[in-house]
Design a protein around this ligand. Structure first.
Ligand code: SF4
Length: 351
């Protein structure tokens, strides 16, 4: 198991809940837009948010963000160690920074001292696009892992161990192999992500495959889905990945059959309506919407509640896999919503 690193009120690693991260894409100097986006991210379920900081003016602007949110904030610094030190001093909760990029160990020590003094962890974030020359030409996954280890050892040389690591590539297999190598080599918490994964469905699937493969193996302590566009979509995608893997069970899971000619009602409409009306449920409940009574209840035996369509505008209602009564198809949504509500409030379920 990985060790635990505390980032403000969130513990990463050590078997703690997997934290979901994202990053602002507003202009860091535009404080109104950035504050609004940070608020939206927090409301959407983002656990940790990162902000790119590239100059002294941006550090000044960030004083309006630090200390404002319950959600920890991370400063993303590329090369300027002075900015990392300043961000540690103005209340950022974590710094994303690669110490090996500084090129001067006295400056690394100075940065580490500022992080230690302010109890600010460091995330080492190695990407294939920014690998140091000494690793170019190697197997990409080896190169990512070895580059990350080089940064880690540099921090350890100065007695710094509050480290989180990421090794990202836009290639899924390379990313997965690199994280596996790293997980064997160190016990620091790992921040999972597939970088530059694109937009919409392809980006989401790419991230789900890479992050999902690692989480299934028990590797990874925090995740960031990288998608072009509104970062709120990253939070939604990350939450879906955690739900599908069974790490996050506190939601209303709706399973439905693909339908075939045996289905005699508008199953898709029912599913869409249920999905919309249960989006805010934070209790584990499983609902099955099946097309027919031939296979429906059996295929959805582990659902709490469900329906299986029949003929003549009727459907069989089932609870815990057993058919309990027949309802009209137009009653499906209200009846299931009522059962879900009763499960959430622990009310008796009347059959
Ligand atoms: Fe077809 Fe019935 Fe299976 Fe749905 S549950 S796919 S309608 S056989």
């Amino acid at each position: 198991m990985s060790k635990t690193v505390k980032i403000k009120n969130i513990k990463i690693g050590g078997g703690n809940r997997i934290a979901v991260q994202s990053m602002t894409n507003t202009d860091t100097l535009d404080t109104d837009a950035t504050l609004a986006q940070l608020r939206s991210l927090q409301a959407a379920g983002c656990d940790i948010a990162r902000i790119a900081v590239s100059c002294d003016e941006e550090v000044e602007a960030c004083k309006k963000y630090t200390g404002v949110f319950d959600m920890p904030l991370v400063a993303d610094i590329q090369f300027d160690y002075r900015l990392a030190v300043r961000c540690a001093e103005i209340g950022f909760d974590k710094i994303r920074f690669n110490p090996g990029n500084i090129g001067d160990e006295r400056k690394v020590e100075y940065t580490v001292d500022a992080c230690k003094a302010n109890k600010v962890p460091i995330r080492i974030g190695v990407n294939t696009g920014s690998l140091e020359k000494e690793f170019v030409g190697m197997d990409r996954a080896d190169a990512l892992a070895q580059s990350a280890l080089k940064h880690v050892r540099l921090l350890e040389k100065f007695g710094f161990y509050d480290t989180v690591i990421s090794v990202k590539s836009s290639d899924v297999k390379t990313t997965v192999r690199a994280y596996r190598k790293l997980a064997e080599a160190v016990d620091y918490p790992l921040h999972l992500g597939v970088t530059e994964s694109g937009a919409d469905e392809r980006g989401t699937v790419r991230s789900a495959v890479g992050i999902g493969a690692l989480l299934v193996d028990g590797i990874g302590d925090t995740v960031r889905v990288s998608l072009s566009g509104d970062p709120i979509n990253e939070i939604r995608a990350a939450r879906l990945i955690l739900q599908e893997i069974g790490i996050d069970r506190d939601y209303c899971e709706i399973i439905s059959c693909p339908t075939c000619s045996r289905c005699k009602y508008d199953l898709k409409k029912v599913v869409d309506e249920l999905k919309e009306k249960t989006a805010d449920v934070r209790t584990g409940v499983k609902v099955a919407v099946m097309g027919c009574v031939v296979n429906g209840p059996g295929e959805a035996a582990d659902a709490d509640f469900g329906v299986a369509g029949g003929s003549g505008g009727k459907a069989a209602l089932f609870i815990n896999g057993k058919v309990v009564r027949t309802i009209k198809t137009e009653e499906i949504v209200p009846v299931l919503l009522d059962l879900i509500k009763r499960k959430i409030t622990n009310d008796k379920v009347d059959i």
